[in-house]
Design a binder for this molecule. Structure first.
Ligand code: KG4
Ligand code: ZN
Length: 328
């Protein structure tokens, strides 16, 4: 079965055709990130207008010579203006082409990047979705059986990268900018906190780290930016790895799946590989499948194939990771 996935939850406009949930036939992503760099972050209306500009060309390119059996679209969470572009386009195309349409939860979809390359995960699996808006640990008992275990109480990990990058005068998005600078720095120069790391719960908190960076910047006349970037990256990667390991041990999972933009971070990938490889099968998507794309939307739809009449499908910006949008 070939599914056309459509993803427009934030500032990427994406479409992809995936066969049987695992084989990526086409994967097209248009990003408006360069526009948002000018404003140091995303202005929702600007993102939505860019989605409108890109949506049809991107779908057309993804469909080149491909026959499809169904469509899938991200319905949330995300920015409402951006989501509406994808959802309404998908509904229109499903109606015109008389094809089934599967609504998809963006956060669950991120995890399906791990079904698109090589070896496939086994259940039960632990999922870590770590992106600009979310830091969630979930237990996956099977496709469509997902339980939230813990998450951030304030800023998401990606948000912490983005906000501390801004303090350091680095461009948006902050994660890749901090990672690049960190490669030249000494992570031990500054003593940064590891929020909630030693607490038994599976929650995170990153706003204290952000505040510590702001305070350091205000107190010190001369700051070694590369060292501070390396310190921020190390702090985030260390906390996230430790809590993920704790969750994996507690729930005795077979596989650990990383997903989301921050999973592209090399320090995090390295720490995870060192800590997990002994007892768990660790799955880490290629960096381009960590950040927003539509291939994982199509994959998620295949593995829990539940089409919904287009009249019943609506964008839902506040959707939680546990909500099965296709179960209605
Ligand atoms: O999943 P994503 O593309 O979009 C959503 O938020 O859904 O994630 C974007 C986030 C941004 O906060 C960005 O700074 C972060 O992922 N990011 C990274 C890296 N690449 C992207 N953070 C750390 N290191 C990276 N290499
Ligand atoms: Zn995302």
């Amino acid at each position: 079965m070939r599914i056309l996935g459509i993803e427009t939850s934030c500032d990427e406009t994406a479409a992809a055709v995936v066969e049987n949930g695992t084989k990526v036939l086409t994967n097209v992503v248009a990003s408006s990130v360069s526009l948002h760099q000018k404003t140091g972050g995303i202005i929702p209306e600007v993102a939505a207008r860019e989605q409108l500009k890109f949506i049809l060309p991107v779908i057309e390119k993804a469909l080149e010579k491909q026959k499809i059996d169904a469509l899938a679209v991200t319905v949330g969470p995300g920015l409402i203006g951006s989501l509406l572009v994808g959802v309404e386009t998908a509904k229109t195309l499903a109606y015109l082409w008389q094809k089934p349409l599967i609504p998809v939860n963006h956060l669950q979809a991120h995890l399906y990047a791990n079904w698109l390359e090589g070896k496939k995960p086994q259940f039960p699996a632990l999922g870590l979705v770590i992106s600009g808006g979310h830091t969630d640990l979930v237990l996956l008992k099977d496709h469509g059986e997902i339980k939230w275990l813990g998450g951030t109480r304030d800023d998401a990990a990606g948000e912490c990268f983005d906000k501390t990058a801004r303090v350091l005068g680095l461009p948006y998005p902050g994660g890749p900018a901090i990672a690049k600078l960190a490669s030249k720095g000494n992570p031990q120069t500054y003593d940064l906190p590891r929020p909630m790391m030693n607490q038994e719960n599976l929650d995170f908190s990153f706003s204290g780290l952000k505040t510590a960076v702001i305070n350091l910047k205000m107190k010190k006349k001369r700051i070694k930016k590369a060292d501070l970037a390396a310190g921020i990256q190390l702090a985030i990667a260390t906390v996230v790895t430790k809590k993920t390991l704790r969750a994996a041990e507690k729930h005795r999972v077979k596989s650990v799946l990383l997903a989301g933009g921050v999973a592209a971070n090399q320090e995090l990938r390295q720490q995870m590989a060192t800590q997990m490889s002994k007892n768990f099968n660790l799955f880490v998507p290629s960096p381009q499948l960590c950040t927003d794309n539509a291939a994982y939307v199509a994959s998620r739809a295949f593995f829990n194939y539940q089409p919904v009449a287009w009249q019943k499908i609506a964008a839902d910006p506040g959707l939680s990771i546990e909500t099965d949008v296709d179960a209605s």
